[in-house]
Every structure is written in C-alpha cells, then in structure tokens.
Design a protein around this ligand. Structure first.
Ligand code: SF4
Ligand code: SF4
Length: 236
C-alpha cells in the first residue's frame, strides 16, 4: 500500500521530516483540560490494556465501565470508544480540574495531540507513518514558545510502544482477504474483541504466554487471530 494521498482540512498541516512545531501543554495554559470533553476517542487494544492497568482493573472491567463498542454495518471489525460522561458537557470520565486522572496510562490519541499520525504498510509489509499537526483555534498550546520535532514529541509522550502496538494490528486489519471483500461473522467479531481487547485473558490461554512482554503477547494474539480467520480451513 502506498502513502495515502489525503485532502486535508486547512487547520491540518503535514509535517516534513525534521520539521519543527511550536507547542506545549501544561497546567498554566488558559485552556487547560478544555479539550478533554466531547471527544470521539477511539481506543486501541493497547490503550485499553494500559488504561485498565493505570486504574488497577482488568481490561474487561474497563470495557464494561468506560467503553462504548460500535458495530457499524460498513466496518470490518467493531470499534471501541471511550464513553464520555452524561453531565451536559460530555466530559471525559478521567478529567479533573488538576488534569488527567489517568495520565500515566492515557491513550495514544491524548498523547499524540496536537499531532496526528497516519500509518500504512509498504510493499514489503513494513509499517510506515506520516505526521500532521492539527492547529485548532481553541488550543492555546501553540502560543507556548517550545519547539520540537516529531521524534522528540514521540519520546516525550512515551508513544513508541503505543505506535508499535497499533502497527502490529495492520496485518490483520488490512489482510488481503478482507480487501477482497470477505467480512468477519458476528462470532469472529466477538473473538476479535475478546482476544485483542482482553489481553490478560489471552495470556492465560497458554503457559508459554506467561513471561511475554505486552507487545510480544499482542503480536501472538494478532497471529492467532489471523490463523483463526484466514487459514485454509477458516470461514473467511
Ligand atoms: S484520558 Fe486524560 S488526557 Fe485523555 S481526554 Fe481523558 S482526561 Fe484528557
Ligand atoms: S486545548 Fe491544547 S493547550 Fe489546551 S489543554 Fe488541550 S492540548 Fe493543552
């Protein structure tokens, strides 16, 4: 797959390699926490694992308490979103006047902002990515005189594991058979959720998984699902 040719809205600016952007977010910006509401915040399997751990609950408990699972007709796999609070402002359940209550486990979109990341697989199947900066008018962080590049931002926000985890999903989510029009059954969609969004449970299915790192476990989970869905005996 080649880099997608996107028509971007005016406030979204693609970042060239090594290009710097000026931005900082901290408790003294006048808009502090104002962006933590009314969000369509999609959660990846790794986001759910880290958020559950930060809250000291299992992934399943996290899904039950905080997530909204959407199954749209046109989607190949279900989508998981963080549910906003029904308080008239649609606040994130984790925002407080002092900031993010789950800062150490905040999901990748919160870490990435004000950047955006688009990822794809090149002809050899290697993940590639491009980055944009989203200059939204309500965000006063752009007035802060701190300059950095994408690599610095990724390091400062501890995003490397999140991106690696998300890129691991591509061989499943962009599998050739899906591109040819195959669609997972409702049971397969359930298996997708139960496997990727409940990694503690998947770890317990095999003694060999016990010592694996989270990322290695996720890799095994993706491989296992690919086998289940696309092997010669599979129904897809
Ligand atoms: S998880 Fe934290 S950073 Fe993200 S929207 Fe909620 S309060 Fe804000
Ligand atoms: S709007 Fe921008 S500067 Fe303000 S809190 Fe959100 S990310 Fe930080």
């Amino acid at each position: 797959m080649n880099k997608p040719d996107l028509q971007l809205p005016e406030h979204i600016h693609p970042l060239a390699d090594n290009e710097l952007f000026t931005f900082a977010c901290h408790s003294a910006v006048p808009c502090f926490t104002e962006c933590c509401r009314d969000l369509e915040l999609a959660l990846s399997p790794y986001d759910v694992l880290r958020l559950g751990r930060e809250l000291d609950i299992t992934s399943q408990e996290f899904l039950d308490r905080y997530a909204i699972i959407e199954r749209e007709e046109d989607d190949v796999f279900p989508r998981v979103y963080l549910g906003m609070v029904d308080d008239g402002q649609a606040n994130c359940p984790f925002v407080t006047s002092k900031g993010c209550q789950v800062y150490g486990g905040r999901p990748a979109p919160c870490r990435t902002y004000p950047l955006g990341r688009g990822a794809w697989q090149d002809k050899t199947g290697c993940p590639q990515a491009f980055y944009v900066v989203q200059r939204e008018t309500h965000c006063r962080g752009f007035a802060e005189p701190i300059e950095q590049g994408v690599d610095q931002w990724i390091a400062a926000q501890e995003l490397a594991d999140y991106y690696q985890a998300n890129d691991m999903l591509m061989p499943l989510q962009h599998h050739q058979k899906l591109k040819q029009g195959c669609k997972p059954t409702a049971e397969q969609q359930d298996l997708y959720l139960a496997t990727l969004y409940n990694l503690e449970n998947f770890r317990n299915t095999d003694r060999n998984f016990q010592e694996l790192t989270d990322l290695a476990l996720l890799h095994c989970a993706v491989d296992w699902l690919i086998q289940q869905f696309f092997d010669e005996r599979g129904t897809l």
